[in-house]
Structure formats: structure tokens, C-alpha cells
Design a protein around this ligand. Structure first.
Ligand code: ADP
Ligand code: K
Ligand code: ZN
Length: 431
């Protein structure tokens, strides 16, 4: 078993909790002093930093939700001067504006440290070659992994997603040993390899894949492992918490370790907000313990999971969570991209010719089908009108969500009319 930072990764629980408490105190004090929005939230909840006498006392402090990120947007939650931040990443929001997260130089270095721990934990070393097939750009996925891998001394191929032909050429030409990719795209790449008569187990040097950004099942993992002849490691993260590397599997693949010297974990009942005992399924809530520019207190991830209580055979003392079991809100994920139904609705309702009723049908993780009822008068018109309308819908949704949908136009009255809250998203996928 190899380690990137053995001392911290195997710190005895008591020491680890002492370190957490020190860092938590600092963090709470800092946001109270530097962020008016946090100060107000604490005051409204009737707590102040001096009441934090143990880790348990975190329960007295209010949650941070994604809505809080839009108050005093975009710089309002910084605890440092804006000149101290050197990078911005964003993730989809519900109301048109993206959630914005800022990194200082120290934060960038620290997020790379955490990824280095993750990669080395899975057996990666200097000399490995990582094909980074996540999206480079505003999303965290590719960049954060990139810097972490470089830190280990791994050669990074910044491939980005798509262009499968080129992905395969890169793997062959440069002897890729590891790939960072969404599970849905990994399945596709594997199938294209077989279609081309390439047996990846014989003709590629691939050893491991890091799969995340969307949920997938144990069966999908096995399938990808068998098709490619590799080890697949589940990699969980969210932009608000640096992106990838928040939860990461070790070689035992029995849950995802969370670096608890950097994140304080709680599991709550999403309805009542009550903290649940270890082992119960609920919403993951995270507090950053080592972030300089933009600490977040009790951030509600909306992801459902549970804490695994038993210590891990790998020797790391940082606890694990189960794979993500679902979401407590209505966000869904296609091609690794987070989408809220409201984003689709906003686009559709702004297009002339679209009637009230629509449905989003999800059969796989790499495609979304949008069924749209159209105004009756369009049926009397020419076919070009329908083609144009369809193209307009595809283009506007692609530009709003970054994912190109499949669109089906329907006669008015085709979709079921619901009493009460309409069921807009039909998710047929299973994890
Ligand atoms: P990322 O680029 O890491 O996907 P986003 O902020 O765009 O970051 O998306 C974060 C959300 O993606 C998480 O809250 C979770 O719902 C989902 N997600 C990320 N990784 C995984 C994973 N390994 N398994 C299940 N869901 C995941
Ligand atoms: K995602
Ligand atoms: Zn382990």
C-alpha cells in the first residue's frame, strides 16, 4: 500500500479530530469576521464562534445552501481580498446564474495535494500517463485533476472529452496508463474500441480509470473493468468543494474515503435537517476545514449517501462514504453535466410555437430526450416550420445547459396531463 502523505492519511482518529477542531475553529471565526452574510446568518441563528467548544457544536451553526452562493454574488463569500484569488470555476445553478467558486494560490496547491493523495492511493506513480478526458473550462473536473496528477509527476494528456477517434489514437500513440472520464463516455469509448476490432486488453497500456461526475452502479464498474481489462475507481466531488477528489476509492473499493483533515462530514435528514447517526442514509453536508479564499460552512450537497463506520483495511483513518445513492433535489445529470428541469423549462417557455406541456426522458447517462407539445397552428403550416422549431429548441437548450438534447415534437394533448405537480422528468436509469 503506497501513500502520498502517510502521516496525515493514517493519523490516529483522536489526533485527526483534534486537527479538525483546530481548523474548524479558525474557519468559523474567519467567516464570522470577514463575511457579512455569514455573520448575519450566525446572528439570525443566535450563535457566535465562541460557542464552538467541540466538533459536535457544529450542529448549532446554520447550513449553507446553494442559494447562499447567490447572495452578494459573486464575491460576497470571499474571506480574502478579491486580488488574492487566482482562479474561478463554476457549476450549473437553477436560476440562470452559475455557482462561482474562487481559489487562492494556496487553495489551488491544496486541491492538488488532495488529488495527489487520491491518485497515489490507487497505485499511480511517476511514469504513469493520465489521459484527462473531462471538460477543460469553467468546470472543475479536468483542471483540478490535472494539477494533482502533475504534482505526483504523472504525464498528463489534456485530451478533454469527445472526438473518440482521437481519444483512441492518443491512448495508442502515447501509451496512456490511466484515464479520467465519465462512466457514460467510458462505456462508449470501450464499445468503439471493440467495433474497430481493437482489443484494449492486448493493444493498450491502460491500467486504471477514474470515473465520476455522475452516478453509476457496481455493474457498470465491472462491465467497464472487464471490457478494458483495468481497475475502475469511483471519484466523487462537487465544484463547491474543489471538484473531484472529495471522495475517492482506495484499492479495496468498498466506499470512498473523504479527507477529513480538509472536510468535516455530516449526514442529515434532508427534510428536517437533523443530523443522523453514522451509518444511516441521508444528505451529505460538508464543511471546508482548510480553505483560504472561500470557506463554506455546513454546505448541503443534496447528495444522498451514508458513512461507513468500519475502519478500512488500507490503513487510512479517514472515513468512507458509500457511493452516491441519489439526490434530494430535482437536479439530474447527463454526460456528467448537472441540469435542473427549471433550466429546460425556462428555455422552452421562451420559444414561440411551444405549448405548455413537455417531458424530459432519461434512458441513459449520455442522452436526454425532450418531448415537447407544440401549438396546434404549427401543424397546419409547412414541414419547414417544424424542422426550424426543432432546431431552435435543440440549439437553445444546448447553449443553456451545454448538453445537446434529442427533441421530439408532439401534437398538443399527447403527453399525460397531471393533476397537481407535473412530473417533468422521467428517469428510467438505475444506479
Ligand atoms: P463534477 O465536475 O465533479 O461533476 P459538479 O459540481 O459539476 O462537479 O457536479 C457535482 C455533482 O455531480 C455532485 O453533487 C453529484 O451529484 C454528482 N457526482 C459527482 N461525482 C459523482 C460520483 N462519483 N458518483 C455520483 N455522483 C457524482
Ligand atoms: K456533475
Ligand atoms: Zn481504504
Amino acid at each position: 500500500m503506497q501513500f502520498w502523505n502517510k502521516e496525515l492519511e493514517t493519523l490516529p482518529r483522536q489526533k485527526l479530530e483534534e486537527l479538525q477542531f483546530e481548523r474548524l475553529k479558525k474557519t468559523i471565526k474567519k467567516v464570522y469576521q470577514k463575511v457579512p452574510h455569514y455573520k448575519k446568518k450566525f446572528q439570525d441563528a443566535g450563535v457566535n464562534p465562541s460557542e464552538l467548544k467541540s466538533l459536535e457544536d457544529i450542529k448549532k451553526f446554520p447550513f449553507t445552501t446553494k442559494e447562499d452562493l447567490f447572495v452578494d454574488y459573486p464575491y460576497g463569500l470571499l474571506t480574502v481580498a478579491p486580488e488574492k484569488v487566482v482562479r474561478l470555476h463554476t457549476s450549473s445553478g437553477t436560476t440562470g446564474k452559475p455557482k462561482a467558486i474562487f481559489f487562492s494560490k494556496r487553495d489551488i496547491n491544496n486541491s492538488a495535494e488532495l488529488i495527489a493523495r487520491c491518485l497515489v492511493m490507487t497505485g499511480a506513480t511517476r511514469g504513469d500517463i493520465l489521459q484527462n478526458s473531462m471538460t477543460y473550462g469553467l468546470f472543475t473536473g479536468a483542471f483540478v485533476m490535472h494539477y494533482g496528477a502533475e504534482k505526483v509527476g504523472i504525464l498528463v494528456i489534456p485530451a478533454g472529452p469527445g472526438n473518440t477517434e482521437r481519444q483512441i489514437n492518443l491512448m495508442r500513440d502515447f501509451g496512456t496508463t490511466m484515464i479520467h472520464i465519465t462512466p457514460s463516455y467510458a462505456l462508449y469509448v470501450a464499445s468503439v474500441l471493440y467495433d474497430k476490432g481493437i482489443d484494449p486488453r492486448k493493444e493498450l497500456k491502460l491500467k486504471r480509470a477514474y470515473l465520476g461526475a455522475e452516478p453509476y452502479s457496481e455493474e457498470t464498474r465491472r462491465k467497464i473493468e472487464n471490457m478494458l481489462g483495468i481497475d475502475v475507481y469511483n471519484c466523487y466531488g462537487l465544484t463547491e468543494m474543489n471538484g473531484p477528489g472529495v471522495g475517492f476509492e482506495c484499492p479495496y473499493k468498498e466506499g470512498l474515503h473523504i479527507w477529513e483533515d480538509n472536510f468535516l462530514i455530516e449526514i442529515i435528514d434532508p427534510q428536517t435537517g437533523k443530523v443522523l447517526p453514522d451509518g444511516e442514509i441521508g444528505e451529505l453536508v460538508l464543511t471546508t476545514l482548510n480553505r483560504e479564499a472561500m470557506p463554506l460552512i455546513r454546505y448541503r450537497t443534496r447528495d444522498l449517501t451514508r458513512i461507513i463506520i468500519e475502519p478500512c483495511k488500507c490503513g487510512r483513518t479517514h472515513r468512507r462514504i458509500s457511493r452516491i445513492l441519489g439526490r434530494s433535489d430535482d437536479m439530474f445529470i447527463v454526460k456528467g453535466v448537472n441540469i435542473f428541469p427549471q433550466q429546460i423549462e425556462q428555455v422552452l417557455m421562451g420559444i414561440k410555437g411551444v405549448a405548455q406541456n413537455y417531458q424530459i426522458v432519461l434512458e441513459s447517462y449520455d442522452e436526454m430526450v425532450i418531448k415537447v407539445e407544440i401549438d396546434r397552428e404549427l401543424f397546419d403550416g409547412k414541414i419547414e416550420k417544424l424542422i426550424k422549431l426543432k432546431e431552435e429548441i435543440i440549439e437553445k437548450i444546448r447553449s443553456a445547459t451545454m448538453v445537446k438534447p434529442k427533441v421530439e415534437l408532439l401534437e398538443p394533448g399527447t403527453l399525460p396531463v397531471s393533476e397537481g405537480k407535473a412530473k417533468r422528468v422521467i428517469d428510467k436509469r438505475t444506479i
